[in-house]
Design a protein around this ligand. Structure first.
Ligand code: ATP
Length: 252
């Protein structure tokens, strides 16, 4: 479960083409990142997958079902953690599950503890740091029954130290609860550190400029960031993005 297929998706706003015939697949259990410049249509793509808006053309297929224009079938974690301020940590964590039936409180407590938030179960979100709030939002996404989790730049508001910590935490928890993840970011390091595969988007309108399978072994830890292999990949992706923006040939 969690196999996503996007078929020739197009979307314009006020006559401006944002996505043009975009096709991609996310395999079951895969961590796929879409890397693209600001304004390349990454959030628009997520709004389409989540059924918040309808495409002009194209289809979205999840586990062989056409879900185009349908809401509530994927788990979505936005840039800001979007916790309800009047609900406690545990009640926020169980929210996605509650909306789809009965919540498993024991499981939620277990995950909160694994996320290093033991003792905060009954606290309100205001008592948490930015990184802690993101953990709660991610637990909520993981506990929701949907097989595909879409993460829209979830760490962009965090400082570098917290972000790296969150990356390591996310990979550890993802390895344990194995779900399909579609992640968008414009941070190259983040994309390389986390992903099985990276799709680079071009802008105006968005098309797939390049696609890369990332060979780093798992589990990954922060030492990877300083290896020659990592820096080599970083140069390759930089070149892919910036040559394209400068209007030169792409690197395939
Ligand atoms: N509801 C809307 N009405 C009109 N234009 C829109 C709407 N939503 C998005 N756009 C336009 O579509 C383009 C792509 O926006 P989108 O937010 O999807 O890009 P993005 O890649 O997620 O950018 P960022 O990385 O800055 O968040 C932008 O030019 C934006 O102004």
């Amino acid at each position: 479960m969690g196999h996503l297929e996007i078929k020739r998706l197009s979307k314009s706003f006020d006559g401006k083409e944002v996505l043009k015939h975009l096709s991609l697949q996310v395999e079951e259990g895969e961590f796929l990142t879409i890397l693209g410049p600001s304004g390349s249509g990454k959030s628009t793509l997520f709004h389409l997958i989540g059924g918040l808006i309808e495409p002009d053309q194209g289809e979205i297929i999840l586990d062989s079902n056409n879900i185009t224009g349908q809401r509530g079938l994927i788990s979505y974690m936005p840039q800001q953690p979007a916790l309800l301020p009047w609900r406690t940590v545990i009640d926020n964590a169980m929210l996605g599950e509650e909306l789809h039936g009965k919540a498993d409180k024991e499981k939620a407590v277990e995950m909160i503890q694994k996320a290093g938030l033991a003792g905060y179960e009954d606290s309100l979100p205001d008592a948490l740091s930015g990184g802690m709030k993101q953990r709660v939002a991610f637990i909520r996404a993981l506990l929701s029954p949907q097989s595909l989790i879409c993460l829209d730049e979830p760490f962009s508001a965090l400082d570098d130290f917290t972000r790296l910590e969150m990356h390591q935490w996310l990979l550890a928890i993802w390895a344990e609860y194995k779900r399909t993840i579609l992640f968008v970011t414009h941070n190259i390091d983040e994309a390389l550190f986390l992903s099985d595969r990276i799709i680079v988007l071009s802008a105006n309108p968005s098309e797939i400029a390049n696609e890369y399978k990332i060979p780093f072994k798992r589990p990954r830890n922060k030492e990877l960031l300083l290896t020659e292999e990592f820096l080599e990949w970083k140069r390759k992706l930089n070149k892919s993005i910036f040559q394209r923006q400068d209007g030169n040939e792409t690197d395939h």
